[in-house]
Design a protein around this ligand. Structure first.
Ligand code: CAP
Ligand code: MG
Length: 462
């Protein structure tokens, strides 16, 4: 655990005089990491991330210095670097941003560590980006303003099923739960062409919506080269089928922020954008070189994500159990341990906090979830002031139920409903909540829920 404390950029004593610049916070290691070494390392980094190189050159002019980055502050091995806002060529969307805030310096062999911890963009830049078209309120409206967590599923096996077999699994989810999504690696493979999968799924979804009158959503993966073209084709097919319950899913880290922004800025595209974050771990888990997902989450909000994967508060397989640290219960902490910047609690605060004109983004918890994990997700989500506004997906945690997908989905959704009841909400002690849920599942007819709660790898997390 890196105990280094990080001061958020907006909390810096020197923030006011630099608030019109782009500001990055970078944690580095250089030579022997003395105060002087860190200072020198940050000078090298500032040069490399703006106008300089490894030696002084004869071609520098007075004018060229307008692009120089500068060191705002050094706190231990964390440096706060200011870059002139005009260094980001916004005319090209997001393509130029990482070339400025997180490009070359990662390759400087003299740096033994360089982690981009955080980024601040001045309002003049943020205002140039659309942000979510729907946001949390808009997405929940599509779900009939339900007063509970959205219960979703990822069809498993995630690859290999034919379009019809995939749609049959989706159908069983839709009978009970709210949302089905493509998995991150499923798009238009020959064994499951997107048009067939979309058609088979949406016709089944439509029949269930007509029967149950309950809103359903299919997040369809459009991660492809001509992503706007694919979005238009999906939208046209949805209209032809008379089936509006779908969102555009994009593997946002892999496709890139520009792809998300390009889909968002098409005014004729009228469906929410669902961002999966596959491959983020390649950049965010390393403790020496890389960046936090916080950097990505801020820009996905600017680019127009309506839903964004940000982890399960450590309730699933993609992260150890997160603790509810006091600092994470503060809305706007003055300092936070570096290792908590990518905690689901801190990430989700940045998805929902007031930020210029940008609508809040719906957090999606996914990855190793199961019915009994939902109470814990709900408690953590409430702790950051986001109540029940979160989508929860389970793949194995639904399709792994021995009574099949439909029963698994029923179990998952039922727990999302139980935790919203007055009786459950009135319980504050952990043991009371555990006993309440166990008792609920021990009733006749609830054997399927008892199985889920009793399964060794699943259980109940409150
Ligand atoms: C979950 C999942 C999700 C990741 C996402 C998977 O399946 O479909 O893509 O977990 O993680 O492929 O593993 P299970 P994150 O429910 O079966 O685990 O949201 O942290 O990026
Ligand atoms: Mg997946």
């Amino acid at each position: 655990m890196d105990e280094t404390l990080y001061t958020p950029i907006e909390k810096l004593e020197k923030f006011k005089e630099n608030k019109d610049a782009i500001i990055i916070a970078v944690q580095i290691s250089y030579k022997n990491d003395t105060k002087e070494d860190i200072h020198q390392g940050l000078i090298e980094l500032a040069k490399e991330t703006s106008s300089g190189t490894w030696v002084d050159v004869t071609t520098t002019t007075k004018e060229s210095t307008q692009a120089d980055a500068w060191i705002i502050l050094e706190k231990g091995n964390i440096g706060y670097i200011g870059l002139p806002a005009h260094n980001w060529d916004i005319s090209g969307g997001f393509n130029n941003v990482f070339s400025n805030i997180g490009g070359n310096y990662f390759g400087l062999y003299v740096l033994k560590k360089a982690r981009l911890l955080d980024v601040y963009f001045p309002p003049a830049i943020v205002k140039q980006f659309p942000g979510p078209r729907f946001g949390i309120d808009g997405v929940y409206k599509l779900f009939g303003n339900m007063k509970r967590m959205i219960a979703g599923s990822i069809v498993k096996p995630k690859m290999g099923l034919s379009a019809v077999d995939w749609a049959k699994v989706a159908e069983n989810v839709f009978w009970e739960a709210d949302l089905v999504k493509d998995d991150e690696n499923l798009c238009n493979q020959t064994f499951c062409p997107w048009k067939d999968r979309f058609t088979e799924t949406m016709t089944r979804q439509q029949k269930i919506v007509e029967k149950t009158r309950a809103p359903k959503m299919y997040a369809h993966n459009i991660t492809t080269r001509d992503i706007v073209g694919r979005a238009r084709d999906v939208q046209a097919l949805g209209e032809k089928l008379g089936a509006p319950g779908f969102s555009f899913m994009i593997d946002g880290v892999i496709a890139g922020l520009n792809a998300v922004h390009s889909v968002r800025e098409q005014d004729d595209l009228k469906h929410p954008i669902y961002i999966h974050r596959a491959m983020h771990g390649a950049m965010t888990r390393g403790k020496d070189f890389g960046m936090t997902f916080l950097v990505w989450a801020k820009m996905f909000r600017m680019a127009g994500a309506d839903y964004l994967h940000t982890g399960t508060y450590g309730s699933g397989k993609m992260g150890e159990r997160e603790e509810m640290h006091d600092v994470l219960l503060q809305e706007d902490p003055d300092e936070i341990p570096v290792d908590l910047l990518d905690s689901t609690m801190y990430l989700n605060r940045w998805l929902i906090k007031k930020w210029e004109h940008l609508k809040p983004v719906l957090p999606m918890a996914s990855g190793g979830l199961f019915p009994g994990a939902l109470p814990r997700v709900r408690r953590f989500n409430a702790a950051i002031g986001n109540s029940f506004h979160i989508g929860c997906n389970a793949g194995g945690g639904i399709h792994g139920h021995p009574d099949g997908t439909r029963v698994g989905a029923k179990s998952f959704k039922e727990v999302a409903e139980i935790v919203e009841t007055k009786e459950y909400q009135a319980l504050t002690a952990e043991k009371e909540r555990l006993d309440y849920l166990a008792k609920f599942a021990s009733k006749p007819g609830k054997e399927y829920l008892k199985w889920a709660f009793d399964r060794k790898e699943w259980g109940i997390l409150v």
